[in-house]
Ligand binder design. Structure first.
Ligand code: SF4
Length: 348
């Protein structure tokens, strides 16, 4: 078995699929093609408002193909991960998006897809034909014990025969060790995600006797330790920690996005958020007059609807003059896209 490498924030691996390599760079768009699913996993992390037939590109609801393309462009995506819910419950839609992304960004735009069902050969052939590069099967827990005797064994073999890179991706918990023989025998990979609490699964997790590892993350106690035990038995293994998704993947995606969206006066922070100043005033003209009197360059501020956004360091310099004309001053730090989550607001 290959040498195990310790990754960032508790992840480790002896193999990274192409999809994981791009994901670690923050270069994978997450395309949620439907929240419909017939599984009902006790650990399901999907939020309540997404447990229906909706489409999202990262955080953004999708209403047109353009929304998908624009989101991919905004983050300079090098690939896409198609997920859900169960994407294959909307097979034609999944195929449509694979073809759309390949035609817009070329065959090099790497696409992987998650599925909790065992698709037949014709479905896999259609996915291969459309250009799918990688498929990750998520079989239900009750089948882990005898997976090689289930349709999942055929699906993973057929996918590999069709030149789709294939593996199993499941939470790191008891029973996962039963899967290593199958993935090793077909040359597939095994991705274990650190089991974690979420708003939607917390009750079921507690009922299942699961506990938090610590109060720093949503990780479940012993999930990582479990993966450590399984890793040496698997030729192609990757454990992705709960904290990895925010501390590395999301941060890198935000940094890529900020490169494309930040204005000349936005500061891009190490976390990929942007920071800038905001001036509000019941008489906006009086604040604008201060900026003009102080000869603030035009590219260091922008007049918006009901506020002025400005370089925070300039705002700090002229705060006194602005306060004298009744301005309300704050520094905002938020995700670098329209409607991005505000992570900090600092009044001046
Ligand atoms: S297969 Fe995925 S979406 Fe469906 S219930 Fe399980 S975790 Fe949730």
């Amino acid at each position: 078995m290959g040498k195990m490498t310790e990754g960032k924030v508790g992840s480790f691996y002896n193999f990274l699929s192409d999809g994981c390599k791009l994901c670690q760079l923050g270069a994978k768009m997450v395309l949620f093609v439907t929240g419909k699913c017939e599984r009902g996993c006790f650990y399901c992390p999907v939020s309540e408002d997404r447990k229906k037939d909706v489409v999202y590109a990262n955080e953004h609801p999708v209403r047109s193909d353009e929304d998908v393309i624009n989101e991919a462009r905004q983050m300079s995506a090098l690939g896409t991960g198609i997920t859900g819910g169960e994407p294959l419950l909307e097979l034609e839609r999944a195929l449509h998006y694979i073809r759309l992304l390949k035609s817009e960004f070329g065959p090099g735009h790497h696409i992987h897809l998650y599925t909790s069902i065992a698709p037949e050969k014709d479905t896999l052939a259609a996915l291969a034909e459309a250009g799918l590069d990688e498929i990750r099967f998520h079989p239900p827990v009750e089948l882990w014990n005898s997976l090689k005797d289930t349709p999942f064994a055929d699906s993973i073999r057929t996918a590999i025969e069709l030149d789709i890179s294939a593996g199993i991706e499941i939470p790191a918990m008891e029973g996962a060790e039963k899967i290593t023989d199958l993935v090793n025998s077909v040359g597939g990979f095994l991705n274990l995600n650190e089991l974690e609490f979420s708003d939607t699964n917390a009750d079921a997790m507690r009922k299942g006797g699961f506990e938090l590892h610590d109060d720093m993350s949503n990780a479940v106690a012993n999930s990582r330790a479990y993966a450590k035990k399984i890793a040496p038995c698997c030729a192609k293994f990757h454990f992705c920690s709960s904290r990895y998704k925010d501390a590395v993947q999301l941060k890198n995606r935000l940094l890529r996005t900020a490169e494309n969206t930040a204005r000349p006066f936005d500061e891009i922070t190490e976390e990929g958020t942007i920071a800038y100043g905001v001036i509000k005033n019941s008489d906006p003209g009086s604040s604008l007059a201060v900026l003009q009197k102080m000869e603030v360059p035009d590219d260091l501020f922008e007049v918006m609807d009901g506020r002025i956004e400005i370089a925070w360091w300039v705002l700090e310099d002229i705060a006194d003059e602005l306060n004298e004309v009744g301005s309300i001053l704050t520094i905002i730090e938020r995700y670098p896209f329209e409607g991005g989550l505000v992570v900090q607001t600092t009044p001046i």
